[in-house]
Write a protein that binds this ligand. Structure first.
Ligand code: NAD
Length: 501
């Protein structure tokens, strides 16, 4: 017997849900019950083209709106988002699986960037120099790029898009967001909110799909810039494809974040931090701690304290009283669980086995409890691969120098942290470590919105980080005007190269 058709998550084009029937679609799960609850439309080449062309027309009108008008709309959006954050958090939990308090945190960090973008009149000011040469003034202005594309990963369906679109829109661009096909509904919810805030139709568009839709967006001649966030192999592909087409691109990739614990550290603080940052969001965070580097003799005591804390964690449905939710899909859960056998086979000590977890939720959920490995070495897959799940590795080293060398030799450079009470050691670390975001006794050092977010090495391709001043630079191009208003003394031919006079 045919069941009722599942609800469809449609594209959002020209200010509303796209009414056509998609030629293909993908399943959207509720990971806490392991059931497909929706289908998401996948865009064909025609749909991508229609979305971008509509966005391009809308952008011309939006770019001509005054800064005052644009700021009013962004303020309105900020107000609505702050009032209705809980609604968005529920959507995130129902498709991503992270616990509600974590989903609310994600929305709060996204809101921070919206608030930053409310300052766009100040942030996008140009400069003016009077009289750089006789009667000659020079000034610079910042102008929007046109249509810009944002491609986001599954683990932050609201926050990562919010890293980009508030600034892109405030500076006069139209944005086409291609969210992860695994948790697509947050994007449509945000689109509806923009419409309520008074953003003209077409300035915020959502196109759903997989890698094929991304390639079409990157190739579309009307798309002028791409902000990508996802895994390193895909980030590299998108970066290379966009750069070949001469487009502006920033592509943020994966991570393997080390937390270094020096012998003088407060081990209770360090154990709390490692467990929180390792298993929050089930380890599905690009800033998650995945390697704890125990320096000197702290290994035994630190592992004991971490083990004790892991034992208190409740794994379950994020809508209930759980600390950690399920993984996003069954495939991902099985891939992550596969590392437990791989780690044991390679000779690491499995201190806590997450497969034994008793989750407080539906047995069909994609459950995997927190796992802890000790005596991991840098040649093991546990160390070299981005696992992106609740598997934390402890690597033991003899000295600060060895710890630093380990972090700096790793191909990723997203985030890192040092735990110590020695200010001199922390100061050396912040200077010597080759990583884009550093925490000192702070395990997840995601920069505030007035700074910029971005890693080094294989964690970011391109030269501009997300949000903050870099965001304003990325979404605008500067034009410099040299002007001389004539006065009665002007005149005379001069074929030489202009020189100051
Ligand atoms: P992913 O790379 O599989 O997908 C990211 C996006 O790219 C999705 O929208 C997806 O549809 C699209 N995509 C997939 N294959 C593609 C292809 N071949 N060509 C073009 N686009 C394609 O990543 P994910 O599994 O959704 O997210 C997890 C990854 O994202 C992890 O590696 C994590 O570290 C990373 N991440 C990084 C940051 C950061 O700031 N550096 C932030 C969040 C997540």
């Amino acid at each position: 017997m045919a069941g009722r058709p599942l609800p469809l998550v449609p594209h959002w084009i020209a200010g509303g849900p796209w009414e056509g029937s998609p030629t293909s679609s993908g399943p959207v799960f509720d990971p806490a019950i392991g059931v497909v609850t929706k289908e998401v439309a996948f865009a064909s080449a025609e749909v991508v083209d229609a979305a971008v062309v509509t966005a391009a027309k809308a952008q011309m009108v939006w770019a001509a709106a005054s800064l005052a008008e644009r700021t009013r709309v962004v303020f309105g959006f900020r107000q609505l988002l702050a009032e209705r954050a809980a609604e968005l958090a529920e959507i995130i939990t129902s498709e991503n699986g992270k616990v509600l308090v974590d989903a609310r945190g994600e929305v709060a960090r996204g809101l921070e960037v919206v608030e930053f973008a409310c300052g766009i009149p100040q942030l996008s000011k140009g400069s003016f120099s009077e009289g750089v040469s006789s009667r000659l003034d020079v000034y610079s202005i910042r102008q929007p790029l046109g249509v810009v594309t944002i491609v986001s990963p599954f683990n932050f369906p609201a926050m990562v898009p919010c890293w980009f679109f508030p600034i892109a829109i405030a500076t006069g661009n139209a944005t086409v967001l291609k969210p992860s096909e695994k948790d697509p509904s947050a994007a449509n919810w945000l689109a509806r909110l923009w419409a309520e805030a008074g953003l003209p139709a077409g300035v915020f568009t959502v196109v759903h799909g997989d890698g094929a839709a991304v390639e079409q967006l990157v190739d579309h001649p009307e798309v002028k810039a791409i902000s990508f966030v996802g895994s390193t192999p895909v980030a590299r592909l998108v970066y290379e494809r966009a750069a070949r087409a001469g487009k502006r691109v920033q592509a943020l990739g994966g991570a393997k974040n080390h937390m270094v614990v020096l012998p003088d550290a407060d081990l209770d603080l360090a154990a709390d931090a490692a467990v929180s940052a390792g298993f929050g969001s089930a380890g599905e965070r690009c800033m998650a701690v995945s390697v704890v580097v125990a320096v000197g003799d702290v290994g035994d005591r630190l592992v004991a304290k971490m083990t004790e804390r892991i034992g208190t964690l409740v794994v379950g449905d994020g809508r209930g009283a759980a600390d950690m939710g399920p993984l996003v899909t069954q495939d991902h859960r099985d891939r992550v669980a596969g590392y437990l056998d791989v780690g044991v086979g390679a000779g690491a000590t499995l201190v806590v086995d997450g497969r034994a977890v008793a989750a407080t939720g539906d047995p069909g959920g994609f459950w995997l409890g927190p796992s802890l490995f000790d005596h991991v070495t840098p040649d093991m897959a546990l160390y070299t691969d981005e696992i992106f799940g609740p598997v934390l590795s402890v690597v033991r080293v003899g000295s600060y120098e060895e710890a630093l060398q380990l972090v700096n030799r790793n191909p990723y450079g997203n985030g890192t942290a040092i735990f110590t009470n020695d200010g001199g050691a922390a100061r050396r670390f912040q200077s010597e470590v080759e990583v884009g975001m550093v925490g000192i006794n702070v395990p997840i050092p995601v920069p505030a919105a007035s700074y910029s977010f971005g890693g080094w090495k294989s964690s970011l391709f391109g030269d501009t980080h997300a949000y903050g001043a870099d965001g304003v630079r990325f979404f605008t191009r500067t034009k410099v005007v040299t002007s001389r208003w004539l006065d009665p003394s002007h005149g005379g031919l001069n074929l030489g190269f202009p020189q100051p006079d």
